[in-house]
Write a protein that binds this ligand. Structure first.
Ligand SMILES: Nc1nc2c(c(=O)[nH]1)N[C@H]1C(S)=C(S)[C@@H](COP(=O)(O)O)O[C@H]1N2
Ligand SMILES: [Mo]
Length: 315
C-alpha cells in the first residue's frame, strides 16, 4: 500500500494546528482505510466512510466534514453511459472490459505530438494520491482518493503552441466493448473540453488509480480526467485522445442539452439546473443533504480563472 500523500488542500488553507494534526492523523488512516476497504470486499456500502478526510474551511470558517467514500461506494454507483445509464449496473457490465493495451494520442497545436502507452504515462509521471470531492451535476457527491498526475505535466511535455487555447478530450469508441454505445441517443464518442488555463491548473489530473489500485473499470479504466471544481460530467473516462485546439471544442452534454449543460460546468450553488437546485447535494453514505460549495470548495485554487466572467451566463 502506498503511503505518499498529496492533498488538494494547500497548507496555507489549514487554519489551526489542531486541524493540521487531524489531517496528519487522517493521512496515516487513509493508507489503512484503503487497505481495509480493499480487503473487506463485502463491507456494507458506506463502510469505508467513517474517517474524516479533511476539513475544508468554508466561508464561515469551517465547512461540513468530508468523509472518504468506500471502494464499494466508488465502484458501484457510476455514471458511465458507454456501459449503461443505470448507475448501479455499470460495475457488472464493465467487469470483462480489458483496459490494456491502451494508448493516448496527444496532438493538435503542439510542437511534440506523441502517442503514449498508458503504462508509459504512469511510469513517466508517477501518480500521487489526490483526495478530491466529486460533485455530479445530478446533485450527489462522493470523496474519492484518486491516484493520478497533473494534466499540466503531460501538456508541458508536448509543448502547446501559442495558438492553442483549448484542450479537447475524446473517449474510446468501440461498440463491441461498450454496450451502451449502441444507443443512438448519444453522439458517441463521449467528448469533453477545457480552456487551456483550466487544464494547466494543478488540480486537474489524469487519474490512473483509486485507493492505490489500478483505475477500476466503472471509474474509466485505464485513464480518465478529474477536474474536481467542475461537475463530474467534465471528468471524462476512458480517454484515448487529447488535442490542443484554437476554438472552444464541442462537448457531448453541451451538444445534447445546451440549455442545461454549458461548456464550463463549474460547480456553482447559485446557478440552478433548469430542472433542479444545485444549492445542496446528497453525499453518498450520508442521510442529510449538505450545502454545495462554490467551485465544490476549491474556490481558492480556481476562482482566479474566472475573474470578471459572468458565471450565470458561462454556466
Ligand atoms: N466517457 C465517459 N466519461 C464520463 C461519463 C460517461 O458517461 N462517459 N460520465 C460522467 C459523469 S456524469 C460523472 S458524475 C463522472 C462519474 O465518475 P465516477 O463514476 O468515477 O464517480 O464521470 C463522468 N465521465
Ligand atoms: Mo455526473
Amino acid at each position: 500500500m502506498r503511503t505518499r500523500f498529496k492533498s488538494d488542500i494547500p497548507s496555507s488553507e489549514i487554519t489551526s494546528k489542531e486541524l493540521f494534526l487531524s489531517r496528519r492523523d487522517f493521512i496515516k488512516t487513509a493508507g489503512f482505510m484503503g487497505m481495509g476497504a480493499l480487503l473487506a470486499a463485502c463491507a456494507p456500502s458506506g463502510g469505508g466512510g467513517t474517517i474524516p478526510a479533511n476539513e475544508v474551511p468554508g466561508e464561515a470558517g469551517a465547512g461540513p466534514l468530508d468523509v472518504l467514500n468506500s471502494f464499494e461506494d466508488i465502484t458501484n454507483y457510476n455514471n458511465y453511459y458507454e456501459f449503461s445509464t443505470d448507475k448501479t449496473a455499470v460495475n457488472a457490465l464493465s467487469k470483462d472490459f480489458v483496459a490494456r493495451p491502451w494508448t493516448v494520442e496527444v496532438g493538435g497545436l503542439v510542437n511534440k505530438p506523441k502517442t503514449y502507452d498508458v503504462d508509459e504515462l504512469i511510469k513517466k509521471f508517477q501518480p500521487e494520491e489526490r483526495i478530491y470531492r466529486m460533485r455530479c451535476v445530478e446533485a450527489w457527491s462522493m470523496v474519492i482518493p484518486w491516484n493520478g498526475f497533473s494534466l499540466s505535466k503531460l501538456l508541458n511535455e508536448v509543448e502547446p503552441t501559442s495558438k492553442a487555447k483549448y484542450v479537447s478530450f475524446e473517449s474510446l469508441y468501440d461498440t463491441q466493448r461498450y454496450p451502451g454505445q449502441k444507443s443512438p441517443f448519444y453522439p458517441w464518442p463521449y467528448h469533453e473540453g477545457l480552456r487551456l488555463d483550466e487544464a494547466m491548473n494543478d488540480l486537474a489530473i489524469l487519474a490512473t488509480g483509486v485507493y492505490g489500485e489500478p483505475l477500476p473499470n466503472p471509474n474509466g479504466a485505464p485513464i480518465r480526467l478529474v477536474t474536481p471544481w467542475k461537475y463530474g460530467i467534465k471528468s471524462i473516462k476512458g480517454v484515448i485522445k487529447i488535442e490542443l485546439v484554437e476554438e472552444q471544442p464541442a462537448t457531448l452534454w453541451n451538444s445534447i442539452g445546451p440549455n442545461e449543460y454549458g461548456f464550463y460546468c463549474n460547480v456553482n450553488p447559485n446557478v440552478s439546473h433548469p430542472r433542479w437546485t444545485q444549492s445542496s447535494e446528497r453525499r453518498i453514505g450520508e442521510l442529510a443533504r449538505r450545502p454545495t460549495l462554490m467551485f465544490n470548495g476549491y474556490e481558492e485554487q480556481v476562482a482566479h480563472l474566472y475573474a470578471g466572467m459572468d458565471l450565470k451566463k458561462n454556466y
